[in-house]
Design a protein around this ligand. Structure first.
Ligand code: GDP
Ligand code: MG
Length: 151
């Protein structure tokens, strides 16, 4: 079992795609173990997007992530990190495969609807960045046998 972090970016909030995107994760069989709406700050964005801090578009990304609140989700499932990355699609919405979230809903590199953790290590750091321990829920997924069977 893995846990991963998803952020529904301002592009998802502004375009009314929140239900649509959360619904995809639910229908896939990922368990929702945390969810809240928050405003991101420069401080948290500089940490979260540290790998982009020297890029010319860094300031623009930060601004775009503060246009509205975002929704952070914690999802749990077998291989959840990779499953969710695949569901998100590649960074550029114009090039992302149809059937993926970005491929279906985005025409942009920057305004690409969702963030998803890119490795189990990153996921743990990112979950700790956005959720306190009391905001993450451990409860039985009653449909577990129907979702996974034995493998
Ligand atoms: P991700 O893991 O697919 O989200 O991609 P990255 O970690 O490389 O970049 C983080 C986010 O920064 C992306 O989801 C985009 O919103 C944004 N971004 C990445 N590359 C560019 C770029 O070349 N231009 C702009 N404006 N934004 C970018
Ligand atoms: Mg990334």
């Amino acid at each position: 079992m893995q846990k991963t972090l998803v952020i529904l970016k301002p592009s998802a909030i502004q375009r009314g795609l929140v239900g649509e995107v959360i619904s995809r994760f639910e229908k896939k069989g990922l368990q929702l173990i945390g969810m809240k709406m928050i405003y991101l700050t420069d401080e948290i964005l500089e940490e979260h997007y540290a790998h982009l801090k020297d890029k010319p578009f860094f300031q623009r990304i930060k601004e775009s992530m503060k246009v509205s609140p975002v929704i952070v989700l914690a999802l749990k499932g077998v291989d959840a990190v990779e499953v969710v990355r695949k569901m998100a699609g590649i960074t550029n919405g114009r090039e992302a495969q149809p059937g993926t979230i970005r491929g279906d809903y985005s025409m942009s590199v920057q305004e690409n609807i969702v963030h998803a953790s890119d490795s189990p290590e990153t996921a743990q750091t990112e979950l700790e960045r956005f959720f306190s321990t009391t905001e993450l829920f451990n409860y039985p997924q009653l449909m577990h046998p129907n979702i996974y069977a034995n493998d």
